[in-house]
Design a protein around this ligand. Structure first.
Ligand code: GDP
Ligand code: ZN
Length: 349
């Protein structure tokens, strides 16, 4: 891979004195997928980094890092051009880095029921603070006729709050205006998409990537105990020489738990999984999967979505906040159990 095509430039080159530069394309806890000149590698943080760089200095998706020569070990995180961060969910005032080195932030909103000017304002604030240039995408333009929406009015209202920020109606389904997105970027620049769950970020990404690239979106990391974690890749190289990052729905970032805890809430899927051909089946594309054929498509999709969001959150948070959120999750889990119990009762009746 050519570093410039991954976003490498003079700003980062000036900081490099030794080692091999690479860009973090995916990160979960202490596993990092790093793009280097030699290709994609799975890297771990050095012991020194692990002890000194909790919080803001911890490698994040989008970061340029320095690898130990000839080893898959991250020694240093280079200074960032931009940092997307938010307040960590919970009572404590703590910063949470979501992504770094983003040049353009596409704030995605649906023109349907998801349209919410207050939320757009919040995202604009996030973008402005980060240093990234925001662009507002109003997706699902194809629904305007069907839902009898007044597009002109919505555009006028949005432009009022957006001030000098561009507002572009698009449709991920029909592909309308998606070809305009690269116009906002120079070669080698990085864009990120932010927006609530359901606004169409994955659909936009897939549409831009083209179908044949989709299977590469999933990354699997093996841990020391031989278990596997599946997460989604978050940085993508786009045809045309730019990069696009997918950030999970920020509203859902309030939800936090261990992957293991989540599994408990989807016990039915765990039971079905015992009949999958592969013990560590991720129920995405493996042959002989017993979960994918069980007729619970929506539940499975939601489970996988939550898994991805949690994996994303898990590596963003530190132990203290994790404990607090886990407590919250336990309560939620209890209420989910109760709800499913009463559902079953109703079914028996
Ligand atoms: P994400 O959570 O932001 O990644 O949203 P998804 O990409 O998963 O999309 C959520 C739902 O909206 C899916 O059912 C999509 O098919 C649908 N969707 C996405 N983009 C469009 C669009 O442009 N038009 C219409 N009509 N539906 C869309
Ligand atoms: Zn399976």
């Amino acid at each position: 891979m050519i570093l410039q095509e991954l976003g490498w430039n003079d700003f980062f080159a000036a900081q490099l004195s030794h080692g091999t530069p690479g860009r973090v394309a995916s990160a979960i806890r202490e596993h990092f997928l790093v793009w280097t000149e030699e290709g994609e590698i799975e890297a771990r943080p050095s012991g020194r980094l692990r002890h000194s760089a909790r919080g803001r200095k911890w490698p994040s998706v989008g970061d340029w890092v320095v690898l130990r020569p000839h080893e898959a070990v991250i020694e240093q995180v280079l200074e960032r051009k931009t940092t997307l961060c938010r307040k960590q969910p919970g009572k404590e005032v703590r910063e949470q880095v979501l992504a770094t080195n983003v040049d353009v932030l596409f704030i995605v909103s649906g023109l349907d029921h998801d349209y919410n000017p207050r939320r757009l304002e919040r995202y604009l604030g996030l973008a402005r603070e980060s240093g990234a240039r925001p662009v507002i995408l109003l997706n699902k333009m194809d629904l305007v006729a069907e839902l009898n929406l007044d597009l002109d009015f919505i555009l006028t209202e949005t432009r009022k709050l957006a001030l000098d920020v561009e507002v572009l109606p698009v449709s991920a389904t029909s592909g309308d205006s998606l070809d305009r997105l690269p116009v906002y970027l120079s070669r080698g620049e990085t864009a990120a998409m932010a927006g609530s769950s359901g606004v169409g970020k994955s659909t936009i990404l897939n549409r831009l990537l083209g179908e044949e690239l989709q299977p590469t979106q999933t990354v699997r990391f093996g841990d020391d105990r031989g278990r596997h974690t599946t997460t989604s890749r978050e940085l993508f190289r786009m045809p045309g020489g730019w990069l696009l990052m997918d950030l999970p729905g920020l509203r859902e970032l309030q939800l936090w738990t261990d992957i293991e805890q989540l599994d408990h809430s989807f016990d039915d899927i765990q039971s079905l999984a015992k009949n999958c051909r592969f013990r560590d089946c991720s129920h995405l594309s493996e042959p002989g999967c017993a979960v994918r054929t069980a007729g619970i498509d929506e539940r499975l999709a939601n489970y996988q979505k939550l898994q991805r969001e949690l994996a994303y959150l898990q590596r963003k948070s530190d132990a203290g906040a994790a404990r607090e959120e886990r407590q919250r999750w336990k309560l939620l889990e209890k209420s989910m159990r109760a709800a499913s119990k009463s559902q079953n009762k109703n079914r028996e009746r």
